[in-house]
Design a protein around this ligand. Sequence first.
Ligand code: GDG
Length: 491
Amino acid sequence: RRLLATELHDQEIIVVSNREPYLHERDGDRIVVRRPASGLVTAIEPVMRACSGTWIAHGSGSADRESVDDHDRVRVPPGEEDYTLRRLWLTEDEEQGYYYGFANEGVWPLCHAAHVRPVFRESDWRRYRAVNRRFAEAVVVEARSEDPVVLMQDYHFALLPAMLRELLPRATIITFWHIPWPSPESFGICPWSQELLRGMLGSTILGFHTKHHCRNFMETVDRQLEARIEHEHDTISHEGKETLIESYPISIEWPSPEVCAAWPAAKLCRERVFARFGLRSDARLAAGVDRFDYTKGILERLHAVERMLEKYPEWTGRFGFVQIAAPTRSALEEYRAFQARIESVTERINTRFGREDYRPVHLVAEHHDQDALIELYRAADACVVTSLHDGMNLVSKEFVAARDDERGVLVLSRYAGAAREMTEALIVNPYHVEETADALQRAITMPAEEQRVRMASLRDTVREYNVYRWAGRMLSDAARVRVRERIADRV
Ligand code: GDG
C-alpha cells in the first residue's frame, strides 16, 4: 500500500469497468448496499480506496438511481467515502447488445477454452462500439487534467483505449485484461478481431495475468496487423504508438491483523457450517465458491466428487461438498441451461449416495456476504477450484488468506492462472475425473503437518504478491513510460 502511494504522487487516477463496486438495491422499504460477486471488483476496490480518484462503471443496482441526490455520482465506500463512483446508465438495448451480446456471448467464450461457441451478431457489435464510445466520453468529462492515468478494465472495453487516445492524447492508458488471451487461431474467428486489436493497442500498457497470455496476444497481433513486435522489450509498435505488453498477476488485499482478529475461530466456523448443512462432527468438508459460470468447472468438480464417493465408499455419510454458486448472467440461455444441468447432476449424486438424513452435495445458488464466505473457507478441509480456463482465480487466494490456522488443502486447476504461483496446491487437470477424485481424497486425508507446510508456503506467496503489488508494478511501469514519453516530446 505504501509502494502504491509512492508510485501515485498526486497523479489523477480514473478506473473504467463495466461492473460497479457498490450496488444499491431495494429491500422492502430500505435501500441496502451490496458488493457484487466479481474478481475484478475484489481486486480493484482496495486499490481505489488507497488512491482516491474516480471509478466509472455501469449503474446496475435496482436502487442506484434513488440512492443519493446526485445519482450519477456517489462517494464510496458507504460511510468512508474514499473515492467517487460515477455511474453511466445504459438503455436496455445497449445492455443487451454490448454486455450480454458482444461481451458475454462473444468475447467471453472466445477467450476461454471451455468449449462453448461464441456468438457474433452485427447488431451487438454496433452497440459494443457505441457503448465503448460513451465510456470514452465519460472519461473526458470526469478527467480534471489532460494527462490522467486511466485504468481500463477487461474485455468489455477493448475499443476504448484507442478511442480515448484520440480524445486525450496525453493520457496514460493502462488496460488490464482479466481473462485469458487465446491462441491466434482461436481469436482469429472473431469477425472484428482486427478492430479489437487496434482498439487495445491504443493503450500505453496492456496487462495480462501470465506471460503465456502476453505471448498469445503478441502472436495474434503478429498474424493480424502490420505492427513491429519487439520481444526483447515486450513492446508492440503500431501506427506510431508503442504499447508495453506485460504480465501482472492479480491478487487480493492481504487481511490485516485487525481483520483476522475479528474472524470467528476456525473451530466455531466449522461448527456453524456443519450445523447448517447437517454434517456429522467427524465428517470432512470440501467447498467451492464461484460465480455460476460454465468456465469454472463446476460440472467436472461434481463428477470428481461422485467418483470419489464411488471409489472410496467409506466416505458416504462422512463427507460433504458445499458449492456456493453466485447467480450470474442468468439472462443468457447458455447460463440458464448450464445452471439447470448442475442442479440435475447434484440431485442425481444426492439420490445415489444420500440417505434420509444425509446429502453429500449442497448446491447453494445464492449470493453470500463476505462473512459467510470467510466462514466457509475457514470451516473447510479442502477448497476445490477446477476452472476449465481462468485468467487468474481469486477464490484460491482468498481461501489461503482465510486460513491463518495453516490448515486446509487447496485443490487447483492447472488451467487457472493462479496455478503458476500456487504450486504447493494439489494441481489437477479438471477434465481428468480420476485424477481430480484422487486429489480430493488426498486433500481430505492429508496429515496436519503436510497441510501446514503447504499452507504456510502458499500464504507467504499471496501475502507477498498481494493486490497492491499488482497495481504498484503497473503504475511504476506507467510512471517509467510517462517520463520517457515526456522527454521524447521535448526533443
Ligand atoms: C475475473 C476472471 C480473475 C463469488 N461468489 C460470491 C462472491 N464471490 C467472489 C469471490 C471472488 C470473486 O467473486 C470471483 O473471482 P474470480 O477471480 O474467482 O473469478 P471472476 O469473477 O471470473 O473474475 C478471473 C478475476 O477476474 C480478477 O482478475 O481472477 O480469472 O475470470 O472474489 O469471493 N462474493 C460475494 N458473494 C458471493 O456469493 N460477496
